[in-house]
Design a protein around this ligand. Sequence first.
Ligand code: ATP
Length: 451
Amino acid sequence: MAQKIPTEATMEKIVSLCRRRGFIFPSSDIYGGLSSCWDYGPLGVELKSNIKQAWWRAVVQQRDDMVGLDTSILMHPRVWAASGHLEGFADPLVECKSCHLRWRSTDLEADNCPACGGELTEPRQFNLMFKTSMGPVEDEASTVYLRPETAQGIFVNFQNVLDTTRKKLPFGIAQIGKSFRNEITTGNFIFRSREFEQMEIEYFVKPGTDEHWFNYWLDERLNWYLELGIKRQHLRRRQHTKGELAHYARSCYDIEYRFPMGWSELEGIANRGDFDLRQHAKFSGKSLEYFDDETKEHYVPYIIEPSAGADRSTLAFLVDAYDEEQDKDEVRVVLRLHPALAPFKAAVLPLSRRPALVEAAQQIYADLRQCWMVGYDDAQSIGRRYRRQDEIGTPYCITVDFQSLEDNQVTIRERDSMKQIRVPISELKNTLRAKLSGEPFDTQPLWTTKG
Ligand code: ATP
């Protein structure tokens, strides 16, 4: 029987697992990596894509008041003048006069350089947007920016979406996409990188109802993490103080997660008031007012913005799922990922490489692949192979043994309890489907239920 041992999912353990098993690699690895840019490997791309899909399902597919959008990364430069990013999206930086390293002044506890103890310059503003140029001539007129958030693509399409979907307030627009920030303080793996993916909602409401909807989204978003398995005690809400509030925000809460380096922002939920639509109306000269059919009023909607990060969520789900337990004289590493997020839903393991077993196992593998991402492993002992699947979070292993050739049954082993059940191959898909959607592992199997 496995014994729980106190586990601390340190960043070193997570980074090492991610690299060893192909979740996440440093970008441009063979060239020594590129500072705070990351590549998702074969398992990482599945995990992150499952997180994005779970988000999309919850905030678009299952709701009548939300639609999706996918806008371009490069936008008209005036967008960033209107949004305030050209002026305001800057961090105060100080530079060390001896080693020339730059530091975010708000991060510093002492007056001297943390690296060499040298004297520091006065703080200077440093814009976090990446600049590039459009077209063949590199001059001022052709300067464009890589978007530092996906939100602006939603604001500037407010009227397009309204005209084409005939949605009525309150309604929201969701978008998943890459954003870029030339962050000063990076580090902590994928927690803060310079290229990252956001999952943002802009929810348009009638002024006066904004507080209600703000609280509503705060609950909804917190529950989303809980439903996907994040432990309650590892999540908390934190209200921004007046001094912290961004220039556009009327109020803001962070959903924080207890990361290995301490409590840090996982998602921000802001009441942006009518700032964004008013700014874009002013800068574009287009009216972005809403006409309320019921009250016959014209007004500029308020916006509630739940803004999450796909990479930061990936890190939180990995950290929260990481577990170690003593199993006989070995330590079993298990990623207790929610089945909806696990890269592989199952793995097919023939007991040995005997041709008859491999053939049967390959057939099952080919069949299951039509429904799910499924792994296959025939290298080394069955115990080792179970461990390998535990470590990458595969909820179920399907073992094909010699008996299977006689009775057309296979063994399913559950990752968390390591319990096993035997099922007819003809019932395998139905059983897996039921277990993956939450049916307890040891309930009466479907195929023996009478009547
Ligand atoms: P922080 O202060 O931690 O850098 P922020 O307050 O600037 O974050 P927001 O502008 O509110 O972040 O962005 C919304 C979400 O986008 C964050 O909660 C986070 O999940 C994600 N995010 C922002 N910046 C980064 C980054 N550099 N790397 C990874 N994810 C990020």
